[in-house]
Design a protein around this ligand. Structure first.
Ligand code: CA
Ligand code: CA
Ligand code: CA
Ligand code: CA
Length: 472
């Protein structure tokens, strides 16, 4: 009998292969939402909603605020096949719209002990924001039930010492804490949800419109759905939506608990968890939604760029003259530590040093483009509106001629007629030294300072000036 096993397996595989058509979600194993405006109400927030994501891409399931999750599987395993287009192994579809991304982190599990249960190790798929300083692992939020019969703010505390509310709004009037009738496995008084968290930047600069900004790649409910057939995926490494759209995932993005990339040749279970804690005003809290998912088939005819540059979003308004950029190069979604990145800025008075520290000298619209040195077609831009306090902003460059020589090597002089206070700053804003009473004409030794950009704040009785000095 033993000898027939490979034959039987072969026939079974043939049958599986014959079953043409897309492989959609076959079973939902667990749905544990966080509180939220869609929870406890049809069509997005009931146990029945969780069943709606089976068999297609038209379902309606909300995971609620940070930490809410769903676990599902396809009928067959999901292969991490090297022939899969762009390396993409499956696609998850949410209800993201332009300016309304509500990212969820995806975790995958291989049924290592082969018992058919999701009781093995979850591995996070590290998306584009994984290496940002604002991303956290092992983030925990404790939600407290206010025990009201109508929508009421839900208090929460986290394990970072913060607290807040999931705010009740007028559109959704049912209680937002998962109700015992439907979610008997959730403690009716309080419960903790834990996982990795990313920052969700929002843009509130346009009156009446709050935008939740789209992430670069690797998150659910992040990109708009495209067109059928849904088995032909978007290329995650381009900023435009292609083919099926939605959110494509590569099992190769999996990282272990130490953050190291690991290799899984197939996975059996997928968990999607809301990865953000963000309040959108009248929009309510950000919550990841899922409409369905599809397995991606090998197709070597689909080719496209596999390199990408990711820049952490700038604040919509930048009001400081220095800002630390966070810029990463990726190849097939794996972060590359040693790639050289070049920068272009739309403002002459904006410079970026080798540590990616941005220095701006004047107010106005600023666009920064980061370019991969080895392939300059790979580039990403971010923009902001610089609004500097005027003492530093508008005058800084015209004041630089006050210092001579400039650039300077050993000594500088300052062209002034009166006694002033001088503060000497590094480009990152650190104060190096002060001269409370600088006497005009006296030369200042700077030979010991490292080469670079410095800011000299000159404070006279009736006016302040800041000048830029280049030390050679
Ligand atoms: Ca793959
Ligand atoms: Ca198992
Ligand atoms: Ca794309
Ligand atoms: Ca959504």
């Amino acid at each position: 009998m033993k000898n027939f096993f490979p034959l039987i397996l072969g026939i079974l595989l043939l049958i599986a292969h014959e079953k043409a058509g897309a492989q959609y979600i076959a079973e939902v194993l667990e749905y544990k939402p966080a509180p939220g405006q869609f929870i406890n109400a049809a069509p997005w927030g009931t146990p029945h909603s969780a069943q709606s994501i089976i068999g297609g891409v038209e379902g309606t399931l909300s995971l609620g605020a940070f930490g809410g999750y769903v676990v599902f599987r396809f009928e067959d395993v999901v292969e991490n096949d090297p022939e899969n287009p762009y390396g993409v192994d499956f696609t998850i579809f949410g209800n993201a719209m332009q300016g309304l991304s509500e990212p969820g982190i995806v975790y995958v599990m291989n049924d290592k002990n082969q018992n058919g249960l999701a009781d093995d190790t979850w591995y996070e798929l590290a998306g584009s924001d994984h290496y940002f300083s604002t991303s956290l692992s092992q983030y925990e939020v404790n939600y407290i039930n206010p025990h009201q019969h109508v929508a009421t703010d839900i208090p929460w505390t986290d394990n970072q010492g913060n607290d807040g509310f999931i705010f009740a709004n007028n559109t959704h009037t049912q209680p937002y804490y998962p109700m015992h009738d439907s979610f008997s496995f959730i403690d009716p008084d309080q419960y903790i949800l834990a996982g990795s968290k990313i920052e969700l930047p929002k843009d509130t600069t346009q009156l009446e419109i709050t935008k939740f900004m789209q992430r670069s790649f690797g998150y659910a409910d992040n990109q708009i759905i495209g067109t059928a057939p849904y088995t032909i995926p978007d290329n995650p490494y381009t900023n435009k939506k292609e083919n099926s759209g939605g959110d494509p995932f590569d099992i190769n993005w999996a990282v272990d608990s130490f953050g190291n990339y690991i290799t899984l040749d197939k996975i059996h279970f997928i968990k999607v968890q809301t990865a953000v804690m963000q309040n959108g005003g009248w929009l309510g809290e950000a919550s990841t939604e899922i409409r369905g998912a599809v397995d991606v088939a090998p197709n070597s005819s689909l080719q496209g760029p596999l390199d990408m540059i990711v820049i952490r979003d700038l604040p919509p308004i930048l009001d400081t003259s220095h800002h630390q950029l966070e810029v990463f190069a990726f190849h097939k979604g794996h972060m590359q530590q040693d790639k050289e990145i070049l920068f272009k800025t739309s403002m002459e008075e904006a410079t970026i040093d080798e540590n990616h520290l941005l220095t701006v000298g004047t107010s106005g619209a600023l666009e920064i483009t980061a370019i991969l040195a080895e392939d300059t077609t790979v580039r990403t831009s971010v923009s902001t509106l610089v609004e500097l306090p005027s003492a530093i902003g508008e005058h800084i460059f015209q004041q630089s001629s006050l210092i001579f020589p400039n650039p300077a090597l050993n000594h500088i002089n300052i062209k002034l007629k009166e006694k002033v206070r001088i503060d000497f700053y590094q480009a990152n804003g650190n104060l190096i030294f002060s001269m409370p009473e600088y006497i005009p004409g006296k030369s200042i030794p700077i030979g010991d300072l490292p080469a670079g950009l410095y800011l000299i704040h000159i404070q006279a009785e009736h006016h302040n000036k800041t000048a830029k000095l280049i030390k050679q």
